[in-house]
Design a protein around this ligand. Structure first.
Ligand SMILES: Cc1cc2nc3c(=O)[nH]c(=O)nc-3n(C[C@H](O)[C@H](O)[C@H](O)COP(=O)(O)OP(=O)(O)OC[C@H]3O[C@@H](n4cnc5c(N)ncnc54)[C@H](O)[C@@H]3O)c2cc1C
Length: 340
């Protein structure tokens, strides 16, 4: 059997390794736009304080996966899918394309950063922290400023989990930060009010200027002197603006192929999409309970379950495990369970 996996995040790689372990005789190929290897996305938000991050973050190098018997097509994007012919089209940066056939296809394309519509026309102004490439670019910008003797000054937009984590890491690395959050309390989707208040106090103690009920309307200025506009103020003098307003499952490829999508790729309790022999896992999969399990613990659990299912070893539906998310904000520990 030829098994093809799209994506080399925790979903795709955990599935591929487990399936290969269980059914070594079948052929398995991972296709990915990444080139550096499979890396830990959670570590991205501590990517400013750790000097060794560029090597430490890599969990698996692609040549090592190849050596273990998993084929990897790296630096390549799956740009089309034909569920009837069981084929995908691969496109490389150089414009070359090729077609691959599959018996089973596992979609694990993850998610992009969600950028609210009012910011989209200011593309030159803002950045996101969603991939290793984003982190390397941000680190390059910081290094340039530091080399010129300038203390970097950042606006972080969004006081959710990722916004708070990144806002907490930058000052520890020596930078100045203003965190803008539209709502009256931080991480309101994950924390009870009391813990939001503790988080606010931890961030402020770390010299982070937190602005609550500060809905950002847009950006202005030029690189090196960017401005953030709210209804009440225009704050100027930023070297970088980081948008951390949530995530957007990558559904474009299956959607164009006629596979059912909602916010994510719709799957039944067996993680099967509306197309025969096509499965979806990870940030991109919208489960039959209407939820996206966008945390590493349930994603790894999905991937291992699907590997066992396709190996004929699991025939009852996937059940999400109990899991506890945890914000990686320096000096903060929630005293109440996270809301899920
Ligand atoms: C900054 C940050 C901090 C986080 N912290 C935590 C945390 O502390 N705890 C936690 O549980 N979760 C955390 N998360 C969320 C967690 O990282 C994600 O839920 C998880 O990484 C998703 O894994 P995935 O394999 O589904 O997708 P991804 O990791 O997004 O991997 C998908 C891969 O598929 C590739 N791809 C996509 N489309 C194609 C295509 N058409 N062709 C080829 N390749 C393609 C992409 O390039 C990508 O490499 C964090 C996320 C971020 C961004």
């Amino acid at each position: 059997m030829d098994v093809l996996v799209v994506g080399s995040g925790i979903a795709g790689v955990s599935f591929a390794e487990e399936f290969h372990k269980l059914v070594p005789a079948d052929s398995i190929t991972v296709v990915t736009t990444e080139t550096a290897g499979y890396y830990s996305r959670p570590l991205l938000s501590h990517g400013f304080t750790r000097d060794d991050i560029e090597t430490r973050i890599i969990m698996r190098r692609f040549p090592d996966m190849e050596q273990s018997g998993i084929r990897v097509e790296s630096g390549v994007e799956v740009t089309a899918l034909d569920p009837v012919k069981h084929r995908v089209t691969l496109s490389s940066g150089s414009g070359k394309t090729k077609s691959l056939r599959y018996d089973k296809l596992v979609l694990a394309p993850g998610s992009a950063a969600l950028v609210p519509a009012p910011f989209l026309n200011g593309e030159e102004s803002y950045r996101v922290l969603n991939s290793l490439a984003d982190l390397l670019e941000l680190r390059r910008l910081r290094a340039e400023l530091q080399h010129a003797g300038v203390q970097p000054r950042w606006a972080v937009i969004g006081g959710g989990l990722i916004g708070c984590e990144v806002a907490s890491d930058l000052p520890r690395a020596g930078d100045r930060v203003i965190l803008f959050h539209a709502l009256p309390r931080l991480m309101e989707r994950q924390l009870v009010e009391e813990d939001s208040a503790t988080l606010l106090s931890v961030l402020r103690t770390d010299q982070i200027d937190v602005r609550l009920e500060a809905k950002v309307l847009g950006f202005a200025g030029a690189p090196g002197n960017l401005a953030v506009l709210t209804a009440d103020t225009t704050e100027t003098g930023f070297h970088g603006i980081l948008v951390a307003c949530g995530f957007k499952p990558r559904i474009e490829l299956p959607k164009a192929a006629g596979i059912a999508t909602g916010r994510g790729i719709l799957v039944n309790p067996f993680l099967t999409t509306s197309a025969d022999d096509v499965y979806a896992i990870g940030d991109a999969a919208e489960c039959s309970d209407g939820r996206l399990y966008a945390y590493v613990t349930p994603i790894r659990h999905q991937a291992l379950w699907l590997a066992r299912h396709l190996a004929g070893l699991a025939d009852s539906p996937w059940q999400p495990p109990a899991f506890k998310p945890k914000a990686k904000v320096h000096g903060f520990i929630a005293t109440h369970p996270y809301l899920l």
